[in-house]
Design a protein around this ligand. Structure first.
Ligand SMILES: [Zn+2]
Length: 68
């Protein structure tokens, strides 16, 4: 039987660059989009994504729980 060639290693996301959806956020000086927090790990430019009761970073998976 012919050997099946299995391609190993699917394309992995490079952690260096943030995904394109982050690029739509434009930072103007200190005035960024309100109600958005920057990731303390990635620094300014990387916003935390809001979830139900927490916010998290889509880049480094930093999670912060919101207090009501
Ligand atoms: Zn981060």
């Amino acid at each position: 039987m012919p050997k099946k060639i299995v391609k190993k290693g699917k394309k992995k996301r490079k952690p260096k660059k943030p995904s394109k959806r982050w690029e739509k956020y434009v930072i103007e000086g200190e005035k960024a989009i309100p109600n958005k927090k920057f990731c303390p790990r990635c620094g300014s430019g990387i916003f935390l994504v809001e979830a139900k009761n927490r916010i998290y970073c889509g880049r480094c998976h930093y999670t912060e729980f919101l207090k009501k």
